[in-house]
Design a protein. Sequence first.
Length: 404
Amino acid sequence: MKKTILLFCIIFYYFLSQSQDTWIQKDSVNGPPRSSCASFVLNGEGFVVGGIDIIEFKRKMYSYDVEQDDWDNELSVGGINGAGLNRGGAIAFATNTKGYVGLGQGNGVPFFNDLWEYDPISNTWTQKASFIGSSRRLAVCFEINGIAYVGTGQDANGFTKDFYKYDASTNSWTQIADFGGSARKGAVGFSMGNQGYVGTGDEGILVNDFWQYNPSTDTWTEKASFPGSARSGASGWGIFPTAFIACGYDNSFNYKKDVWEYNYFSNTWTQRSNFDGPKRTSATAFVIDGIAYLGLGYNGSFLDDFWAYTPILSVDEYKNTLTLYTYPNPTTDFVTFNLNFNFDSNYQLNLFNSNGQSINSLINVQIIGTQLLIDLSSVPKGIYFYQFLVPDDLINFTGKLIVQ
């Protein structure tokens, strides 16, 4: 019996280790190959909208079912009366039970400023309040706690850096602090936890800076620069506590397929396995249940392939002579942090849920020598991430906790 259990554990560990940091090809997206599509996730399905193919800009929408690995035709932007709303380089987001698509450029329309709401229950599109910034294309967008944030891009006067937020509950736009970096188009924008991130793009030359937006203070903070080559047309996504930037094209107009992971806790980048499909720019990416999906795009030809990426599940720790052990993990009510070094009261322990929200108010901590006894009895079941800091000693440990 023990041999059977050991064999199972070895097989399971091998499968788990082999299934991380990997790309798997999925069903190709319906319709013609195309690039510069917008996308959002709604009710556990991914939606891809518009884009440009070898002939023209499109307004058609398709939805992806993860379990069936299949694409379905959906109602085009604007519905049956939506002629002229074809577009690429648009922004898209989802809040609550609705999806949204806006801005971009279309057939004979260099810059849009409109916004459209998709209701999957009634299967209808409704025009909402127009974007209050200048009409533009190739802007970025991210969503945090039901609020969408939109900025940068290119308008009739050149590149932009102004930023705005949209509240779907009031159908209203508000201008916020300008983007912290330079004016640009073709950047990546996504949320991770309770922050937004914008990086790379085209400011006349291609750049590799990377910025974090804090909505609670309306401030931008520059983070560690993207270590890959400066680029535009890349794809980005966040899966707390990590984020990713992949593909795009560089200053020599070379198409890329490299993938880089950003760590929220350590503010560092690590190169991961290259994208398994062909090199490309202007691809589309979204995340469902911790798995990233990337496809479409352009590399001299328009593309329609579609791939799923499984990230590495563990949280990297700083490598030093100090150690921190957590047990039991998984746990039900208490966990012990056992350290092999002394520390004073000037420590910080932060616990986050999988959405990057702090849950420190739900825990109680007791210090016993070089141990921390943490009461998790008020914490709901789920996966959590911890950060243990002793700032004066430059000590920083991160890891994952499972509460059952």
